[in-house]
Ligand binder design. Structure first.
Ligand code: AMP
Length: 213
């Protein structure tokens, strides 16, 4: 299983990637989580990425492609995985194709999650993430059992800086300009399936399972 979950910020990529990965014992590969890890660790890459992320802009393609190639084809390369938040630009998608070419592998499917913008904005304002394990919650539809505490690891929950309204606006604009063209890119390759992401996390999960059949 080599899948891409495509869609705007807040559409449910992270939540759905976590569910599919649990079910199929696959690895969730989120470039956003990887970058937040670099920031937390105070690396050079993290320092470069921090301001860009805060502004809701995209980290340069060459940095992202290097990071992803290490993860997908380096030591401990995963057999089954879901790419969440990557690719985000046409050059990243082309770079990924070239990587698969070099390593003689191929992508199985791209699932594009869709939801209206009002719902996406609501979801982002209610999103909380675990500082330790990155598990995602929604204050209304998927709250933790104990307020502000992660069900999985007991870590503290927080609201991402870039989920605040001003940055969300930029992120949605960046998505439309730079990421949305990927829908057409993968459709032309015959790899795209579209899934309506407006229901509860479990309802959307069921729809994804159908698309995967
Ligand atoms: P995410 O957690 O996927 O919403 O990503 C958070 C932020 O990290 C994005 O708004 C970007 O600034 C940066 N980022 C994550 N993935 C990528 C990517 N594939 N290309 C460029 N920037 C990215």
């Amino acid at each position: 299983m080599k899948l891409i979950l495509l869609g705007p910020p807040g559409v449910g990529k992270g939540t759905q990637a976590q569910k599919i990965c649990e079910q199929f014992n696959a690895e969730q590969i989120s470039t956003g989580d990887m970058l937040r890890g670099e920031i937390k660790a105070g690396t050079e890459l993290g320092k470069k990425a921090e301001e860009i992320i805060k502004a809701g802009k995209l980290v340069p393609d060459d940095i992202i492609l290097g990071m992803v190639e290490n993860k997908l084809f380096g030591v401990n390369k995963p057999k089954k995985y879901i790419l969440d938040g990557f690719p985000r630009t046409i050059p990243q998608a082309e770079g990924l194709d070239q990587m698969y070419g070099r390593h003689n592998e191929k992508l199985d499917m791209v699932i594009s999650l869709e939801a209206p913008e009002e719902l996406i904005i609501k979801r982002l304002s209610a999103r909380r993430s675990c500082k330790n394990c990155n598990q995602v919650y929604h204050l209304v539809t998927m709250p933790p059992k104990k307020e502000n505490v992660c069900d999985k690891c007991g870590g503290p929950l927080f609201q991402r800086e870039d989920d605040k309204p001003e940055t969300v606006k930029n992120r949605l604009e960046v998505y439309k300009k730079q990421t949305e063209p990927l829908i057409d890119y993968y459709d032309k390759k015959g790899l795209l399936k579209t899934v309506d992401s407006t229901g509860t996390p479990n309802e959307v999960h069921e729809k994804i399972l159908k698309a995967l059949e």
